[in-house]
Design a protein around this ligand. Structure first.
Ligand code: GLY
Ligand code: MN
Ligand code: MN
Length: 447
């Protein structure tokens, strides 16, 4: 695996350099300094949250645990990596990297962040700085810190992944699939939510801080809480269903996978909804093609989920198409169909209209949580995550808005203990009409 990824890195870096060339023209700067970041501390304390590197830095160099490092690049030149390895006997200093990708860089090692100042050159007033600049570094006289035209260009073009990035995302998916299989086994063996989480991390060999986001592991009614991360410690709780939304991570690239499992003896209507969701999720994944407006996939999801709810008798007195427009489908499906995926789980620029910073592709009216409104292009990786849930807050709101007549309240009460259903795959848009389903392929590979 590492061999394949490594062999793809030089071409990836060339692509990143070409993006930087054009972004620098936009920002009228001669060169770029990308900073990895610095750990922060909790209020009134001497330690803080786990370090998370600037995604722009990870786009250049797969160094996730290396604070106060810099990539320095000027068009036409080899990139330089200024690697911070402090003299420190309290913590283990980061090891100077020697992996194959480092051959693409000139590397200088520093002991103090301040040593980077001279190494970055005397033309700093011509350089754009990208990252969260601490006060000491921000005062080094850069031409601009995070200039909008430069970031807008880089963010927009990060949506289309290079073959290297796709390989990383495949590996993140493989890890996710391994974790999901271990988690499902732990659930079946009677583990608590917390223990399922532990089984997940153990199976994929990642610490919590290395996961792309906090695991969502919910039994029963907890599945109706979209971002439930409470991780209950008790095994002795109702557990008719198990929803797990958890990903893997490789070289900073994320997977974002959700599966819903059901215990034996479930209500037949719930089982019918599970089957419908599985079928419609695959239909939505198949819609990931170049030129397709992602908003249309989202609106199709509303119609299909409404259809599943009408067929099951949960929605009554209107057609699926009516339910998708009169607000009833929102009661059960209150989030977007998905988002871009990459170095960030909710990757940047989902609402970008172009690479100059325009964000005026509107969400469909009333769909305020949709995170992606762009037309798909080859290389885009998106999630497809239809869901349906029985959420008191939204059911009460529906009553207040006069939508109660379209909802079979008795049946909803019967289904509430199951919480909900979400199925989420990571799907790469290819140049053809056949997308690559990273998640389903990963489950097949590790089965
Ligand atoms: N795991 C968060 C999401 O699915 O967007
Ligand atoms: Mn998810
Ligand atoms: Mn997601």
């Amino acid at each position: 695996m590492t061999d394949t990824v490594d062999s793809l890195f030089p071409a990836h870096l060339q692509h990143v350099m070409r993006l930087a060339d054009r972004a620098l023209e936009r920002a009228r700067c001669d060169g770029l300094v990308v900073y990895s970041g610095r750990p922060t501390e909790y209020f009134l304390d001497d330690h803080g949250p786990a370090f998370k590197a600037n995604p722009h830095f990870l786009h250049w160099a797969p160094l996730q645990e290396a604070p106060d490092c810099f990539v320095r690049y000027s068009p036409g030149q080899r990139p330089q990596l200024v690697f911070h390895q402090p003299a420190d006997y309290w913590h283990k200093p980061p090891t100077v990297p020697t992996a194959a990708w480092t051959r693409e860089f000139d590397i200088a090692v520093i002991r103090e962040p301040g040593e980077a100042r001279a190494l970055l050159g005397t033309d700093r007033q011509r350089l754009a700085f990208v990252g969260e600049a601490p006060a000491d570094i921000g005062g080094w006289g850069f031409a601009a810190i995070n200039p909008d035209p430069l970031l807008a260009y880089l963010h927009y073009h990060r949506a289309a992944k290079t073959p290297y990035e796709l390989a990383c995302l495949r590996e993140a998916s493989r890890l996710g699939a391994i974790g999901h299989i271990a988690a499902a086994a732990a659930f079946r063996a009677g583990a608590s939510e917390y223990e399922v989480h532990q089984a997940y991390c153990t199976a994929i060999g990642l610490r919590e801080q290395e996961l792309p986001y906090g695991n969502i592991i919910a039994f029963g009614e907890g599945a109706a809480i979209l971002h439930y991360t409470a991780l209950g410690r008790s095994r002795d709780v109702p557990r008719p269903t198990f929803l797990i939304d958890a990903g893997g991570q490789y070289r900073g690239y994320a997977s974002d996978i959700t599966r819903t499992h059901v215990a034996a003896g479930a209500d037949p209507t719930y089982l019918q909804l599970m089957a419908s969701m599985e079928k419609l999720q695959l239909e939505l994944c198949a819609a990931v093609k170049p030129g397709v407006d992602y908003r249309d996939i989202h609106l199709l999801a509303h119609r299909l989920i409404a259809g599943a709810l009408v067929d099951a008798g949960v929605i009554k007195g209107c057609t699926a198409d009516d339910a998708a427009t009169n607000g009833v489908s929102h009661v059960f499906f209150p989030h977007g169909i998905g988002h871009l995926l990459g170095l960030q789980v909710h990757d940047v620029a989902g609402l970008a209209a172009d690479d100059t910073g325009r964000t005026d592709i509107p969400r469909p009216a009333g769909h305020r949580y949709l995170r992606l409104t762009r037309k798909l292009e080859p290389g885009f990786v998106v999630t497809i995550e239809p869901g349906l849930y029985f959420i008191d807050l939204l059911l009460d709101e529906a009553q207040a808005k006069g939508l109660g007549r379209f909802i079979n309240g008795e049946l909803v009460q019967r289904l509430k203990p199951y919480g909900g259903i979400r199925i989420e795959d990571d799907v790469a848009c290819t140049a053809t009409a056949t997308p690559e389903n990273l998640t389903r392929d990963a489950f097949k590979r590790v089965a």
